[in-house]
Design a protein around this ligand. Structure first.
Ligand code: UD1
Ligand code: UDP
Length: 357
């Protein structure tokens, strides 16, 4: 049997790596399709080198574009590929356009779909990812959930219980698998950072796409840098607007290129505070016990708040929240969310192997 994995954007790679590894067994052929949604060396190739991911069998090379054009381009490429290879199952990851495109094409060809990270909901349909989550979940035959709230959302939306499996978080498998490679002292030395520093990432359209809003965001980030040096590996999406709004003009705010996974998680591990609007980074900060302030009005990952170290903040409240968090230090009590134990990939592989039998 052939299992086709579809990945294409940065957060897909640490989720796919443990699943592909655990599914490696005789009689099962795995094909990895890279859609080309992300293509810069630092947004893609570095993850293949660092995460023991096999080279993609095919790269569709779709590149950037409007949502419609990007999704359609991936669909056209996958249509041809899936028709030729007739996989027994397609596995899609997360909430990116690559997952949406793959789920649509596979379902219409009668190919079952497994969704890794099913059931997350921000209940905010202005987020492009929320649309992708809903559509992918309702097309999928296997819904592989990272948290109990996700399982509940799927049930509430009428998805049959026998399709839903609570498997844990494969992105956390990757984190645990690499724990002894995270070198805080090394990355601090490489970036000339003091003992205490803040790491930030910004890329949500709601934060970085509107030039007027970006001005307030830059002010807020500068008020953070007034308190402690900040290092910000900048996602290409935000580059233009943030630079125009003067992000770089604060001398304690260091803007760098996107980092490799090992370097980035090393930075998070050593940080006094993380400021982010990323989905995955909220989870990684929780797992490492590092206080996380999320610049969003909502999160589809509530266990990072109920169990972990995460807090939602507005731009206006950010500087004050950083001050309070720096005073409080690392939280003494935080819990690892259930089943974030490094074995999600194995659970997913067993479920997939079971349905292919
Ligand atoms: C995508 C995902 C988002 C995810 C993010 C992770 C969707 C709808 N969004 O957003 O959920 O959080 O990836 O990083 O799928 N660009 C480059 N080089 C690259 C890739 C992108 O310069 O290698 C620039 C291009 O100008 C592009 C822009 O970034 O237009 C946005 O890329 P795109 O893939 O459309 O969305 P992201 O914002 O990266
Ligand atoms: N990441 C990275 N280098 C960076 C920033 C993030 O390797 O400079 C990793 C991060 O550790 C996590 C993933 O990228 O594993 C999260 O991806 P991103 O924030 O782009 O997307 P989201 O999770 O918001 O969809």
């Amino acid at each position: 049997a052939v299992v086709l994995h579809v990945a294409g954007a940065r957060p897909n790679f640490p989720k796919a790596a443990p699943v592909i590894r655990a599914l490696d067994r005789p009689g099962l052929r795995q094909l990895l399709v890279h859609t080309g949604q992300h293509y810069d060396e630092r947004m893609s190739a570095v993850f293949f080198r660092q995460l023991r991911l096999p080279e993609p069998d095919i790269n569709l090379g779709v590149g950037s574009g409007s949502h419609a054009c990007q999704t359609a381009g991936i669909m056209a490429g996958l249509d041809e590929l899936m028709t030729a290879t007739r996989p027994a199952l397609t596995v899609v990851y997360g909430d990116v356009n690559s997952a949406l495109a793959a789920a649509l094409v596979a379902t219409k060809l009668g190919i079952p779909v497994a969704h890794v990270e099913a059931g997350l909901r921000s209940f905010d349909r202005s987020m492009p990812e929320e649309i992708n989550r809903i559509v992918v979940d309702h097309l999928s035959d296997l819904l592989l959930a990272t948290s109990a709230d996700a399982v509940a959302h799927l049930g509430n939306e009428g998805i049959a219980a026998d399709k839903i499996h609570f498997v844990g978080n494969p992105m956390i498998d990757t984190l645990l698998d690499n724990l002894d490679r995270f070198d805080v002292a090394g990355i601090r030395a490489a970036l000339s950072l003091p003992d205490r520093y803040i790491v930030a990432t910004l890329h949500r359209p709601a934060n970085v796409d509107d030039p007027a809003g970006v001005i307030d965001l830059v002010k807020a980030m500068h008020a953070v840098a007034d308190q402690l040096p900040v290092v910000l590996p900048l996602h290409p999406r935000g580059r233009h607007h943030l630079e125009n709004a003067g992000l770089h003009s604060h001398r304690a705010l260091r803007v760098v290129e996107p980092l490799g996974y090992i370097e980035f998680v090393s930075l998070v591990r050593g940080a006094a505070v993380v400021v982010t609007d990323s989905g995955g980074v909220q989870e990684e900060a929780t797992m490492l016990g590092v206080p996380c302030l999320t610049l969003r009005p909502n999160t589809e990952r509530p266990v990072t708040i109920t169990h972990g170290t995460n807090r939602l903040v507005t731009r206006a409240a950010l500087a004050e929240a950083v001050a309070t968090t720096l005073d409080a230090g690392r939280p003494a009590t935080w819990r690892t969310p259930p089943l974030w134990d490094g074995k999600a990939g194995e659970r997913i592989a067993e479920i997939i192997a079971g349905v292919l039998r």
